[in-house]
Design a protein. Structure first.
Length: 309
């Protein structure tokens, strides 16, 4: 009776222990399956190309072929190895993702810096300055500065005399009166330019370009405005005026002239020969058959001076 009871208790203990081991193994298997699914998801993100680029697990699912009743190796040890292998692969893939993201950020920062620099250069070229009513010439600025520094009644008297003389020169320029307001204002600005009264000429020419923008004289006025800046030793403002005339009215009668004098303004600004040659290339390409013999000769000389190809 005691022997039968002991055998029954032993069988019960073995059954409980086997059930506990089976439950533990099932829990670990579920963890391993979850890790494998996560690894495949990471692989699809890192290698969207599909087959041939993914990393196969180092440890594959083992099929238990042990015959019933035969003692097996420790299953928990095998599963621990699989989990460790999967964790190592996940760490490797995570590192690859972080490196890729870092390289992408570097490329984005470099592109943004290049874009900002390029936009700044284009804006500086294409945006014309807001013209003043009367922009004093460099000679006038120098004269006024010298007068201010010297001081005293003699300087004041000299400045007054200079102002009076300039006013007399302006008054001596005849104002046309043909009845065509745009034509008359342009001719007046042209005569002021001929008299080398550049600030007064610019004021008249700016009014033509603004008030009579649809007139054919607008192209003449914008081009001559650039000439007035160029002749007054202001090549940067001249370059803006010439480019503005070409851009606003490429079919205008003085658009070719503006490109021609734009190249000269760039030379005075000591710009690289490549930039000057590009202007000559554009002039020849767009207006080659419209250029006068004098301008063609000027282009030939200018290209030779800049060693254009």
């Amino acid at each position: 009776m005691r022997i039968a009871l002991a055998a029954a208790l032993a069988l019960t203990a073995l059954g409980c222990n086997g059930t506990a081991q089976a439950q533990a193994q099932t829990g670990v298997d579920q963890r391993v399956d979850r890790l494998e699914r996560e690894m495949r998801a990471v692989q699809r993100k890192v290698f969207p190309g599909g087959a041939g680029q993914t990393v196969e697990p180092q440890i594959t699912q083992q099929v238990d072929t042990t015959a019933p009743g035969v003692p097996a190796t420790n299953p928990l040890a095998d599963l621990t190895q699989r989990v460790a292998a999967l964790e190592g692969q996940l760490q490797s893939l995570t590192g690859q993702i972080e490196q890729s993201q870092y390289r992408v950020r570097q490329l984005e920062e470099a592109f943004n810096a290049y874009k900002a620099a390029t936009d700044g250069r284009l804006k500086a070229i294409e945006t014309p300055p807001v013209p003043a009513d009367v922009a004093p010439s460099d000679a006038d600025v120098a004269a006024s500065g010298d007068a201010a520094r010297s001081g005293g009644p003699a300087a004041a008297g000299s400045a007054t005399k200079s102002t009076g003389e300039r006013a007399a020169r302006v008054a001596a320029v005849e104002r046309p009166n043909s009845g065509d307001a745009a034509e008359d204002l342009y001719l007046y600005g042209f005569r002021l330019w001929q008299a080398k009264l550049y600030p007064e000429a610019r004021k008249a020419l700016e009014q033509v370009a603004t008030k009579y923008a649809s007139s054919k004289r607008a192209s003449y006025a914008r081009n001559l405005l650039g000439r007035a800046y160029l002749d007054d030793n202001a090549p940067s403002l001249a370059a803006v005026a010439f480019y503005d005339n070409y851009k606003k009215d490429p079919n205008g009668e003085r658009a070719p002239d503006s490109l021609y004098y734009l190249a000269q303004a760039l030379v005075k600004l000591n710009k690289p020969a490549g930039e000057v040659c590009k202007v000559y290339d554009e002039l020849t390409k767009v207006y080659g058959d419209q250029l006068s013999a004098e301008m063609k000769a000027g282009v030939t000389k200018g290209r030779a001076d800049q060693r254009c190809k």
